[in-house]
Design a protein around this ligand. Sequence first.
Ligand code: GLY
Length: 592
Amino acid sequence: MRKTLTLIAALAAGSAVAQQAADAVQPEATTTGGFAAMSRQVAVALKAKDDGLPVTGQTWMVAAANPHAVQAGADVLAAGGTAADALVAVQAVLGLVEPQSSGLGGGAFLVWYDADSDALTTLGGRETAPLAATPTRFQDANGEPLKFYDAVVGGLSVGVPGTPALLATAQAKWGTGDWADLLQPAIALAQGGFDVSPRLAGLVAADADRLAQFETTASYFLPDGQPVQAGQRLTNVAYADTLLALAADPDAFYTGAIAQDIVDTVNAAVPSGGLLTTLDFSLYTTRERAAVCAPFQDHEVCGMGPPSSGALTVGQILGMLDHYDLAALGPADPQAWRLIGDASRLAFADRGRYMADSDFVPMPTKGLVDPAYLAERAKLLAGDDALPEVSPGNPEWDHAMIWADDESIELPSTSHISIVDSFGNVASMTTTIENGFGSRLMVRGFLLNNELTDFSFRTHSDGVPIANRLEPGKRPRSSMAPTIVMKDGAPVLAIGSPGGSRIIGYVAQAIIAHLAWGMDVQQAVAMPHAVNRFGAYDLEADTTAAELQGPLGEMGFDVGTRELNSGLHAIAIGDGLTGGADPRREGIALGD
Ligand code: GLY
């Protein structure tokens, strides 16, 4: 089957069409008005995004989900700071202006390219389950899984946050700036106030009933009982005070009154209190691990290993697709999307069975991205139609173990930060509090995560244990896929996205668009989405991607259209730097 979809074909053909693509894919409005007044640099970056053009630079660049946060990072980089320094400034501001997505109360994964040592590594700042947690925590008295929001809202879902530890560790290892100074932009903005963005205002209004359940949360997001409005000036003195405490002592989050306040708030939540203790906080550590890499188009696509499924699943998809000539097919050919869709289904089958926290369960980590295994799996894609059946494969194990398929639910929130500094260091960090507004519990000016609902609510299936079941001290499986693409040992692309388990499809598609189809990073992040996890093929509504519905349906895929709310932020490193920010969200790239 060879049907040409002219509009999608045109995506690869130049900026006029990139403009058309950018215009077509804005399920949530971009917000140029308030932000454009921040500075000329921000106004130029917003205009570039609206025009579908990448931002360019020679020395440094930062791309993230909110112009205030990007500006804070840009100021650090312009003053000679490293990407690790800028990361602290960006995350501290995001926790204020985009509080629904990430912050001190959540977790993050960082992929880091260190220019000095010419080495790639990863830092895991994933939340941990309390030591008192039991595997059946998310089941009712009959052993049935709780309804999702019954589990999310309140103290039951809150794990020990990892983002503060990750930031402190990364900055101590790779930063050169003064830790306290790096928090200053966020402190000033929290004290002086910031204008609520249209996106934040819209999300608060949509979630008002849940936010209203907890007094501290309600008084911040629903002052006088009404959702904060776009353009309303909001201060957060409690957040500024928390940052001041962290400025004085980076460990303060885990040792003293802050940890105690979180424990008290979580455990006292009504109707569902948690089981955290200050011991859980004092035991928290970040994990440094080797990156997981897979080959694609003469590049190595590298990212975060367990407990994230991100790099393994993106790597499996791309590693299988590398056996087919996607470049020759091009984005117009439905056969390209058949290959992408079925490679994704095969990868998600393995993800559901094998991927979890490898500190707790044996995992075939190497086997899952072994080239010989992926070559065998790729042979399954040789036909013309959708695979009628998709099941997990049998990757090589270091030691034997069999798991049942996972049943965790993930909804999209989260945020991604890409940074390149003037020394050549590269940071790619995805950061989250899980659901939008996390557990809805707020302490000292920041929201607490609901990351524990990323565990499987069931522990077994037909008597076989599920790898991603809840266990005390364990880290829930993630889909976050912060990525650095390497070519001949050098970094060429930093990229990542929010989007729950669709993160994997968003990141894989953007890498294909950039490397195989020659799109610049702005075109690649703006391109209409078509993502397949394990069930339906999701096409982005009201975009040219929806034109694939007929051809993919004829091939046997279960196809539907829906809003697909990625938040891709990418920096390409080559002859200079080019940055792209997803038009579906409020972010920008800034560079010099
Ligand atoms: N909670 C989103 C993720 O970690 O994938």
